[in-house]
Design a protein around this ligand. Structure first.
Ligand code: SAM
Length: 219
């Protein structure tokens, strides 16, 4: 049976008042956090794959069970699509039911997304597409620094380039993300996600619960 989920509620009535200050700070000072071994090992695996069979990259950050990773591999058959999630439990629930077409290539990495972004940046690579589908919203105002655009890793995400798409069931999150990227010089569009087949499990759950869904795409 499909789970029903509640809409996001927050003590933050609009865009976070310290958003611009926080984003500018992170864009000024590069992310130099130490990367834990499990993220380094995941990156080494990706580097080995790229050495054996170099392909342009698509990232599916916060991929959960990797449903979107498989679907995106079918959409980008010439690319290597890399799903990243910190949860071994979620990744372990991946099923290959969404079988990509021939030539498609995807891989699931257990790692912190921000670590992989940092290591890709340090390696001097770029990505062609970066999907960020339903990251945890962290709706309490005090948790701005846990949102993608409030985290020091945001500068690495910007440096990786590519066409960026973020989806959320919290409109404010998507608007903040769009403003943050604009501050980084990347224009984009925020709109309500049109109806269509679900790309992720959370998307299916939110649709079934009647939530409005929001999308950022840019540049
Ligand atoms: C709300 S779920 C969305 C999963 C999937 N994208 C979907 O829509 O079905 C958020 C996911 O982000 C993962 N996550 C949260 N913070 C993370 C981080 N810093 N690095 C990697 N994964 C993270 C969680 O384990 C969880 O699977």
């Amino acid at each position: 049976m499909q789970q029903i989920s509640r809409p996001v509620t927050s003590n933050q009535p609009g865009l976070h008042p310290r958003l611009a200050e926080r984003v500018r700070k992170h864009l000024r000072s590069p992310n130099r956090r130490p990367v834990p071994d499990f993220s380094r090992a995941a990156f080494a695996e990706l580097a080995r794959l790229q050495e054996e069979d170099p392909r342009p990259l698509v990232l599916d950050s916060f991929c959960g069970t990797g449903m979107s990773t498989a679907l995106l591999a079918a959409r980008h058959p010439q690319h290597r699509v890399v799903g990243i999630d910190r949860s071994a439990d979620r990744l372990g629930r991946h099923t290959a039911a969404d079988t990509p077409g021939s030539g498609a290539s995807y891989h699931l990495l257990r790692a912190e997304c921000e670590d992989i972004w940092q290591l890709i940046r340090e390696a001097g690579w770029r990505v062609d597409y970066h999907y960020l589908l339903y990251p945890n919203p962290w709706p309490k105002a005090a948790h701005l620094q846990r949102r993608i655009h409030g985290h020091p890793g945001f500068a690495d995400l910007v440096a990786l380039g590519g066409r960026i798409e973020l989806r959320s069931n919290w409109q404010t999150y998507v608007e903040e993300f769009g403003v943050a990227l604009l501050l980084a010089g990347i224009p984009g569009l925020v709109r309500q996600l049109p109806e269509g087949p679900a790309l992720t499990r959370f998307e299916a759950k939110y649709r079934a619960s009647g939530h409005a869904l929001w999308q950022y795409q840019g540049p």
